[in-house]
Design a protein around this ligand. Structure first.
Ligand code: KIV
Ligand code: NA
Length: 265
């Protein structure tokens, strides 16, 4: 199996073939998603909530993300692995953005990096891509700016749709190989997708993006509770796992486990 490269994603866009992307933070999920043919895996800063148990994506650090990136890159044969740059690790300057990207590439062996922000981050994207590292952009609702955006809200409604297009074009111009759009109206996402030569990846951005991404614990139903509207649950992992753990506990308490076939003599 050949590795997925950034030009393959551009070819899929040109052929009008939408493609799936998922987050991954460890070996088993990375192996499984790679074998299922998911072209791009993202080690998201969503690990902050979904692995480390923080209350938002803000607290997670580069030191915490790097080992997860390394686990995922060790475990794939084909998928292109993108490492998210966490809050505070790139906003200070293009130089800081490049330094953090270098860590993700050298220590995490990532194949690309991702950062949040539009026009204001074009210089950061340019510094990284000029050093030879592919960059995925992320616009619309950007969770690292949650407090400035006033919480989880749809971005790019009405006239803000023009700004979304300008942000996307600036990122493309700066050398980004793709752009995530999170929680934007489908109409605005469609416009951006048509204006850009590089692929757009939607999450809560409607059906016209070139790709769709979901956080794996959300789409597998491992995270409980009512998730955001853009999540579709394809499985009930929380149900499967709590059933298994209850049965195990009951069988130990009832002396049904271990059974003869599990025992050495
Ligand atoms: O961190 C993350 O999981 C993300 C995706 C939702 C795009 O940024
Ligand atoms: Na992220």
């Amino acid at each position: 199996a050949k590795r997925v490269r950034i030009h393959h994603l551009r070819e899929l866009k040109e052929r009008g073939e939408p493609w799936p992307m998922l987050t991954a933070y460890d070996m088993y999920t990375a192996e499984l998603f790679d074998e299922a043919g998911i072209p791009v895996l993202l080690v998201g800063d969503s690990a902050s909530n979904n692995v480390y148990g923080y209350e938002s994506s803000l607290p997670v650090t580069v030191d915490e993300l790097v080992p997860l990136v390394r686990a995922v890159t060790r475990s794939v044969k084909r998928s292109l692995v993108v490492a998210d740059l966490p809050f505070g690790s790139y906003q200070l300057s293009p130089e800081q953005a490049l330094a953090t990207s270098v860590r993700m590439m050298k220590e995490g062996r990532a194949h690309a990096v991702k950062l949040e922000g539009g026009r204001a981050f074009a210089p950061h994207v340019q510094a990284i891509t000029q050093a030879g590292v592919p960059v995925m952009g992320h616009i619309g609702f950007t969770p690292q700016s949650e407090h400035n955006l006033g919480g989880y809200r749809v971005q790019g409604r009405g006239d803000a749709g023009d700004e979304l297009v300008e942000d996307a074009l600036a990122l493309q111009e700066a050398g980004a190989f793709s752009v995530v759009m999170e929680m934007v109206p489908a109409e605005a996402a469609k416009r951006v997708t048509h204006e850009l030569a590089i692929p757009t990846i939607g999450i809560g951005a409607g059906p016209d993006c070139d790709a769709q991404v979901l956080v794996w614990q959300d789409m597998m139903g491992l995270r409980r509770g009512k998730g955001p509207r853009f999540v579709k649950r394809y499985a009930d992992l929380a149900g499967v796992m709590s059933g298994a753990v209850e049965q195990f506990a009951a069988e130990v308490r009832g002396r049904q486990f271990p059974a003869p076939e599990h025992v050495f003599h």
